[in-house]
Ligand binder design. Structure first.
Ligand code: SF4
Ligand code: MG
Length: 320
């Protein structure tokens, strides 16, 4: 398996400013040192509660936000520090599907114009050829060519997300970062969109970074899953291993909230104490320690690093 994306020590800090001189008094560490690889053709799921830095990870990875530090290698080339012209060429390969299909589609444009926009920007096709391509893209996502003349508000949430996906596909990308693509949709529609994305992955050899706040959403589509907490990855493993033998106490808590089909299997719900702490003022040591039922003395002072334990990556002092 070949890496498509290698993320190294990726950071995104936002300054906290105070007073009339707006002095920088600290930093919100939204993403605080991520290392992971996305292999060609796989789906890497990324989960965590809201505010843990998942969206920031997706955006800094694609250079839609400028990282504070670190590298993002795309087929060996570092995207960080590239100028706009270099990035524009690679933009074709690296696309994003957004969370809110209501907000991300321009209401003044027809669906055809929305999907044609990337083709126009990159000068890929024009005139009849472009219209034909738009029609094909609509059909590929399960809509019809004649929908091109209509406006996004005439469609349901699920259909709008299909339009967003069609737009992302327009330039034949290699990687799609999908930032909670089904979170805004009815549960009954979610699996349809996930199934569509799975079909498209096979059809076009796509690689996905699939972001969600809920493990049940990424369960079917992911090959591997990374769990984030306060700007860091606390566990990363093969999907099957993560579901059958998760190691990190935070992952275990998230898993206990995933509904299971078999009513005979008894599962105890682990209720996490308190809220996610503010990334502006994270707890010392293991940032999960105030909420962890297995917290030890060392957890309050020393930050655990992500390391391999039986083929899984985990950042927790229980595995020293
Ligand atoms: Fe819990 Fe300590 Fe592991 Fe953090 S390092 S998850 S506090 S046991
Ligand atoms: Mg988000």
């Amino acid at each position: 398996n070949q890496p498509l994306i290698e993320v190294k020590n990726l950071k995104k800090y936002y300054p906290i400013k105070k007073g009339i001189l707006s002095r920088t008094v600290g930093h919100v560490k939204a993403v605080d040192g991520l290392d992971f690889t996305i292999y060609k053709g796989e789906t890497l799921g990324l989960v965590g509660e809201s505010g843990c830095g998942k969206s920031t990870t997706g955006r800094t990875l694609l250079q839609l936000l400028k990282p504070t530090d670190g590298e993002v290698l795309y087929e060996g080339k570092n995207l960080v520090g590239m100028d706009a012209g270099q990035l524009r060429k690679l933009r074709k390969d690296l696309q994003m599907v957004f969370q809110d299909p209501y907000a991300s589609l321009d209401p003044r444009l027809t669906v055809g114009d929305i999907i044609a926009e990337p083709l126009n920007i990159h000068g890929i096709a024009s005139g009849k050829e472009r219209d034909k391509r738009v029609e094909q893209l609509l059909e590929v996502v399960g809509l019809s060519g004649y929908h091109a003349k209509r406006y996004a508000h005439e469609f349901s949430g699920g259909q709008r997300q299909r339009i967003g996906i069609a737009r992302a596909l327009a330039l034949n990308p290699k990687l799609i970062v999908a930032d909670e693509p089904v979170s805004a949709l009815d549960v009954s529609i979610q699996s349809q969109v996930i199934n569509l994305m799975q079909d498209l992955q096979d059809q076009f050899q796509l690689t996905y970074l699939f972001i969600a706040h809920d493990l049940s959403v990424v369960k079917h589509i992911s090959d591997r899953i990374g769990v984030m907490y306060l700007g860091r990855i606390v566990e990363l493993a093969d999907k099957r291993e993560l579901f059958s033998s998760s190691k990190h106490p935070y992952t275990k808590a998230l898993l206990s909230a995933v509904p299971i089909a078999d009513p005979l299997v008894k599962k105890e719900r682990i209720v996490l104490q308190g809220d996610v702490p503010s990334p502006a003022n994270p707890p010392s040591g293991c940032t999960f320690h105030p909420r962890c039922s297995e917290c030890m003395a060392i957890c309050r002072t020393e930050r655990p690093v992500l390391k391999e334990v039986n083929g899984q990556l985990v950042a927790c002092h229980l595995y020293n």
